[in-house]
Design a protein around this ligand. Sequence first.
Ligand SMILES: NC(=O)c1ccc[n+]([C@@H]2O[C@H](COP(=O)([O-])OP(=O)(O)OC[C@H]3O[C@@H](n4cnc5c(N)ncnc54)[C@H](O)[C@@H]3O)[C@@H](O)[C@H]2O)c1
Length: 325
Amino acid sequence: MAAVLVTDHVFADLEITRGLLEPLGVELVIAPATDEETLVRLVHGAQGIIVCYAKITRAVLEAASECRVVARTGIGVDNLDVAAATEAGILIANVPDYCVDEVADHTLALLLASMRGIVGAVDSVRRGEWAVPQVPLPRLRGRRIAVIGLGSIGRRVAERARAFGLEVVSYDPFFEGVLPEGVQRAATLDEALAGADVVSLHAPLTPETHHLIDDRAIGLMRHPSVLVNTSRGGLVDLDAVAVALDDGRLFAVALDVTEPDPLRADHPLRVHPRVLLTPHMGFYSVEAQQELQRSAAEEVVRALKGEPPRCPVNPEVFALVPAEA
Ligand SMILES: NC(=O)c1ccc[n+]([C@@H]2O[C@H](COP(=O)([O-])OP(=O)(O)OC[C@H]3O[C@@H](n4cnc5c(N)ncnc54)[C@H](O)[C@@H]3O)[C@@H](O)[C@H]2O)c1
């Protein structure tokens, strides 16, 4: 019987996955933990891996001698050693399109809540008060937002921001194609940040983008400004953010992702009055979860049948996958 290792997942159950794989005679092996030693042990004999947040390291991939595919139930692949998988001839597939509207909506929800002081106002009403907050809330229309990363999510954020009357400038060194209507393009990150009232991050986490927003970058923005990150926590240096909140350069910070993710329970930013943290939930909606589980399992089915992947991360490997099931 073939086996597929599920290292970790965010679903209430795996019925959709079972429904697609069990008819092919595949047994699901659910990992009880995600440490490297456990995964190295369990991956022996598995033809596929379904992974969410677990680290799929070189050691895990080297132990996965029968594995044809690693399907990530998500978009980012920074927890997978893609180079090692490619060397081992293992296909990596992700699901780049399951939640792009959800994350774009969540970004705008965080931005609007921050700029309208929603959480503080709701808290005060719950305490029995009824007064306009005494914080200097800025008008949204006419402000400038820098959208960093103009991929699937960044593009949707840019379009939504335009609808709110924001001036949108984007920065994406790899962007090719047509800019969304009314969206400007900056040639450099510094040019995008200069004079931005709001910065919203939608670039992937790579060695180049780690701490993209640090003390120097915050220094380039208009002061005070708002920072929103729904991409990956590693893009933002939280120590620099804490300093900038205190010295007034940042008016508000809204993060769905942090470094580390989750942020430790006693981290001061968790309770800072001008910080909104949500628990890495931008991807979540009932429909998106169903689509995600189905799409990842379908990639495994295709790989086991020797069919071309829908969303390969390392497409060069596909030619190496044997054609028979
Ligand atoms: N909060 C959540 O729940 C959640 C859910 C899904 C995705 N995400 C994150 O959102 C990120 C964006 O997702 P997407 O679907 O738009 O990905 P995408 O690949 O479509 O877009 C990413 C864009 O960033 C650009 N980019 C790469 N390096 C850059 C740099 N140095 N500076 C500026 N831009 C750069 C790329 O050219 C690309 O256009 C993902 O990397 C993922 O980590 C978060």
